[in-house]
Design a protein around this ligand. Structure first.
Ligand SMILES: C[S@@+](CC[C@H](N)C(=O)[O-])C[C@H]1O[C@@H](n2cnc3c(N)ncnc32)[C@H](O)[C@@H]1O
Length: 277
């Protein structure tokens, strides 16, 4: 676990303990969502549309995507590969560059190993940033990030922490940049398990037997409101299920996520058009 002299946001320290003891392998590894998700697919489509319409400029450089809480790195690597494919197809003139961030050492080492397995020109497109998300965001130049992507991460953060991350994200986002993120939601296999810590307007926060506390989204409006308060306009949001067989006893595990795509409020009209495209 890294120590940057700042307390890590949310459940990062507890996740790190699980990663370090081998009790955890990330939310998506070994599931049908290991390499992509509906959220990531939509994000990619919106990026391509935005470049086509001139909202996201490339200035002769790759568009930078920050992969928040990257875990085992399947999504970060897929975004790099997808960026290269889109560059070759002429849809993204310079492709994508991905900054993969995670607080815990084991996932960082997994991403470093995956990076080493890429062709050299793709390795250049994958940066690895160990540490807390807040430290990572503050290290980025203002306006330098075209999109952030956080699959199965936000539910580990409490309201004040989300608000802080949202406003730090807005600071680094390009003018028409996109924020894509997901939370666990009602109906997930962990929903209703463990100790109820707090019933929030968005849903219950429960600490499960794995020590992690999570928010399970029952009502999306309060979360959309938090994003709006930070200057982010949600232009698409949806729930989706993931069926995975990974528990020790081989039983089917049903995961449910709520995901959103948001842009800076002043981009709202343009993304409303994009959303219908
Ligand atoms: C539920 S896992 C999801 C991992 C990956 N996105 C996936 O889909 O498999 C959450 C990840 O976020 C990381 N994380 C949690 N809080 C963090 C923070 N404050 N800064 C950086 N990473 C964090 C954890 O270490 C963990 O790997």
């Amino acid at each position: 676990m890294q120590d940057f002299g700042l307390e890590a946001i949310g459940e990062a320290a507890r996740y790190a303990v699980l990663w370090n003891t081998g009790a955890y392998a990330g939310a998506s590894m070994g599931t049908p969502g290991e390499f992509s998700t509906p959220l990531m697919d939509k994000l990619t489509r919106h990026i391509v549309n935005s470049v086509k319409r001139g909202y996201l400029g490339t200035d002769g450089r790759p568009l930078r995507i920050l992969e928040v809480g990257a875990g085992s790195g399947g999504h970060a690597v897929m975004l790099v590969r997808r960026g290269e494919r889109l560059r070759r197809d002429g849809k993204l003139p310079e492709g994508l560059e991905v900054i993969a961030n995670d607080y815990a050492d084991p996932p960082i080492q997994m991403i470093v190993a995956k990076k080493a397995g890429l062709k050299p020109y793709l390795q250049e497109r994958l940066q690895v940033f160990p540490g807390d998300i807040s430290v990572c965001l503050r290290a980025q130049p203002p306006g330098s990030i075209a999109a952030t992507h956080a699959q199965s991460v936000y539910h580990g953060w409490r309201e004040g922490e989300r608000r802080r991350v949202y406003s730090e994200t807005v600071n680094v986002l390009a003018e028409y940049g996109i924020v894509a993120g997901s939370f666990k939601a009602a109906g997930d296999h962990r929903y209703g398990r463990g100790e109820l810590l707090e019933q929030t307007a968005a849903g219950p926060v429960c600490r499960d037997t794995d020590t992690i506390s999570r928010l399970f989204v029952e009502h999306r409006e309060p979360l959309i409101g938090e994003l709006r308060d930070a200057g982010l306009f949600v232009f698409d949001d949806f729930f989706w299920p993931v069926q995975a067989a990974y528990e020790g006893d081989g039983s089917r595990v049903h995961k449910v996520y709520w995901g959103f795509l948001a842009a800076k409020r002043d981009a709202s009209e343009r993304y409303a058009v994009n959303g219908q495209a």
